[in-house]
Design a protein around this ligand. Structure first.
Ligand SMILES: *[C@@H]1O[C@H](CO)[C@@H](O)[C@H](O)[C@H]1NC(C)=O
Ligand SMILES: *[C@@H]1O[C@H](CO)[C@@H](O)[C@H](O)[C@H]1NC(C)=O
Ligand SMILES: *[C@@H]1O[C@H](CO)[C@@H](O)[C@H](O)[C@H]1NC(C)=O
Ligand SMILES: *[C@@H]1O[C@H](CO)[C@@H](O)[C@H](O)[C@H]1NC(C)=O
Length: 461
């Protein structure tokens, strides 16, 4: 009996021990899985979960957002705009990301706005082709300003071996264009889309790609700063109207280099609000050459300064180095250098035209955008119509216009004038000159006029 009771006690105690040990093991395991779960959660959630975490999970670097992974077809027929936008929006949130347009495929893109600011150093790698809608008549009327619009981007690069094709053919032909005008933009004459436009964007690089057949301008920067264009090719047919290559407006600190541009209008067009622009090593032509202006249209103010254009080759262009202003404007153009420009069969290699006019007759005005400090230096080759044409304002002459080493012979293909023509232009001449009439073209002095000119600078600063 006694033995029986002690046995029961022992059994009871053993049972207690077993229960206690089991409970401990279970609870430790439970805690372990809990921790594992928490860790897993924190990892998956990334920075959104980790506000209290001592070491935040870093965002991935160098990620690629291929438009094909976002549903693009790349067959040149399906509308791939949504996929392009989705890839952009994904890449925009990741540092150092690349939006990829893969090679050998064609992506039809409707007018889009790719908006920043993005996390820094976004790249658009174009190896395939971007195609604009081919039918001018189906173009959305709310997007007539441009096709691909980059807005508020910073530290952004476009590069690659691909092509951006504006398919502008039926915008150029006047009958189709007339229909568009009638139905969409009665009040905005000449409204056609620019192919690539950057608006209010800083530190942008565009390199290596081809931009072709834009309905209007091919590559435009406005209200931007810190722009680099390098090694690009721009082309559209000679008879495509108003198809500027690169167009700058209200943009500062620009370098455009080592590119080939042939269009139906200016290779590079520099408009009001531009300063510190360096254009060099460009093959230009056919087209209208490299231009400042037209400035001062409709009595507007124009300010352009610190422009250097050098080491340029121009072939079969209408103009070479040109500044054009409308009568009646105000403001100033100053510190402009055109240097080392080789011309082949260029109609008017050197031109200042302060009577720019798009009609038969424009009204005469005394007010003008003042021009001061323009150098034409080492301009050599052959011309078609007139070697030098400087037509400055009647009321305020151009000052500090320097002509140095200009050697231009008439092209045998044309029967141009042998004479250099200068009207109201003051400055220094330093030969050699060919034709020799260039030597007598400029007036010397102009101190009083310079003081008047300087007063116009106040409009700009
Ligand atoms: C953007 O680029 C500019 C010029 O290269 C540089 O000074 C600036 O620090 C960059 N900004 C960012 C946010 O990376
Ligand atoms: C210029 O662009 C072309 C076409 O994309 C490319 O093949 C070439 O390597 C580029 N050159 C330089 C110097 O980057
Ligand atoms: C003229 O412009 C160039 C840039 O094109 C600049 O380097 C130079 O300092 C400017 N000169 C003056 C006197 O402002
Ligand atoms: C403008 O002025 C020029 C030169 O004085 C003159 O030949 C021309 O007829 C004038 N044009 C008009 C529209 O008054």
């Amino acid at each position: 009996m006694k033995r029986n009771r002690s046995f029961s006690l022992l059994f009871f105690l053993s049972l207690l021990v077993i229960i206690f040990v089991t409970f401990s093991i279970v609870s430790v395991e439970a805690r372990k899985t809990n921790i594992k779960k928490k860790l897993h959660k924190r990892h998956k959630g990334g920075h959104t979960q980790g506000s209290h975490s001592p070491c935040p999970v870093p965002t991935p670097q160098g990620s690629t957002f291929d438009v094909l992974s976002f549903g693009a077809k790349g067959n040149g027929v399906s509308d791939d705009s949504e996929a392009f936008l989705a890839a952009w929006n994904g890449a925009c949130k990741v540092a150092g990301a690349t939006v990829k347009i893969p090679a050998q495929l064609k992506f039809l893109i409707k007018p889009v706005t790719l908006q920043g600011p993005c996390i820094s150093d976004l790249t658009l790698q174009i190896d395939g082709t971007l195609l604009a809608p081919p039918e001018a008549s189906t173009w959305p009327k709310s997007s007539l300003f441009q096709w691909i619009n980059f807005k508020w981007v910073r530290n952004f690069t476009i590069k690659g071996s691909g092509t951006v094709d504006g398919q502008g053919y039926n915008w150029w032909s006047s009958s189709e264009f007339y229909d568009i005008q009638k139905s969409y933009s009665k009040h905005i004459p000449g409204m056609k889309p620019t192919a690539i436009r950057f608006y209010s964007s800083n530190f942008v690089t565009v390199r290596d790609i081809r931009i072709i057949n834009s309905p209007l301008c091919h590559l435009k920067f406005d209200n931007s700063k810190g722009i680099k264009v390098n090694n690009i090719t721009i082309s559209s047919p000679e008879n495509s109207p108003n198809t500027d290559g690169i167009h700058l407006q209200n943009t500062q600190d620009v370098e455009i280099q080592r590119s080939i541009i042939s269009t139906g209008d200016d290779c590079v067009s520099i408009q009001t609000g531009c300063s510190n622009i360096h254009v060099h090593h460009i093959n230009c032509g056919p087209g209208h050459g490299i231009s400042l202006g037209g400035l001062g249209k409709d009595k507007s103010a124009a300010c352009v300064s610190d422009i250097t254009v050098e080491d340029i080759s121009m072939k079969n262009t209408l103009y070479g180095a040109r500044i054009k202003t409308w009568q009646g404007g105000i403001g100033m153009v100053k510190n402009v250098t055109f240097s080392r420009i080789q011309v082949y069969d260029v109609m008017y290699p050197i031109m200042i035209d302060q009577y720019y006019c798009d009609k038969q007759i424009c009204k005469n005005h005394t007010s003008t955008v003042v021009i001061s400090g323009v150098k034409f230096d080492q301009i050599h080759g052959t011309y078609g119509m007139q070697p030098v044409h400087l037509a400055c304002s009647n009321s305020i002459p151009c000052t500090d216009v320097d002509l140095t080493d200009i050697q231009l012979s008439p092209s045998p293909k044309y029967r141009g004038l042998q004479q250099a023509v200068c009207w109201n232009s003051y400055g220094k001449s330093q030969g050699p000159f060919l034709p020799s009439s260039i030597d007598y073209c400029l007036r010397s002095g102009g101190g009083l006029i310079k003081r008047i000119a300087r007063s116009h600078d106040k409009v700009c600063y």
